[in-house]
Design a protein around this ligand. Structure first.
Ligand code: RP5
Length: 163
């Protein structure tokens, strides 16, 4: 069986409540992925092994979610040539502003594509990762078009008291 092209990594089990939205979006698009807990500070050796081996494992894009002092996306990007999309997880103390600034403010030279805080960022990271793969996958490109079409069709013309 082909290896999944996307890795969804996160700093903690507690990040899964956010990062599962990336997984569900990839499910909807029919894109295989692997999920791992990789903490930059609690499991640094696991981080190094994962990031250095990610390309050899067959991954093409990495989605990395973390909260607080969120080093995971940047440290991962420092050790792999693969594109890394960072998802700032909403933290309790600072509502994810800490996560966002930790991930987005990469010094020039090591890029991390940074998404919005929380669920929106997780969903969009998955859509962005799928769009990268779709550049060389016409069937996935069609599925992405269909996903957007369904999204447009799901928007009512007028607001309702039910919603
Ligand atoms: C970060 O610390 C994780 O990415 C998580 O968002 C945050 C809190 O982790 P837990 O204390 O819930 O494990 O490393």
């Amino acid at each position: 069986m082909a290896r999944p092209p996307i890795a969804i990594i996160m700093g903690s089990q507690s990040d899964w409540a956010t990062m599962r939205h990336a997984a569900e979006t990839l499910d909807a698009l029919g894109v295989p992925y692997d999920t791992r807990i990789v903490s930059a500070h609690r499991t640094p050796d696991r981080l190094v092994a994962f990031a250095k081996g990610a390309r050899a494992e067959g991954f093409q894009v990495i989605i990395a979610g973390a909260g607080g002092a969120a080093h995971l996306p940047g440290m991962t990007a420092a050790m792999t040539p693969l594109p890394v999309f960072g998802v700032p997880v909403e933290s309790k103390a600072l509502s994810g502003q800490d996560s966002l600034l930790s991930i987005v403010q990469m010094p020039a030279g090591i890029p991390v594509g940074t998404l919005a805080i929380g669920r929106a960022g997780a969903v969009n990271a998955a859509l962005l990762a799928a769009a990268v793969l779709a550049l060389h996958d016409p069937a996935l490109s069609l599925r992405l078009d269909e996903w957007r079409k369904r999204q447009s069709e799901s928007v009512a013309e007028r607001p309702s008291n039910e919603g």
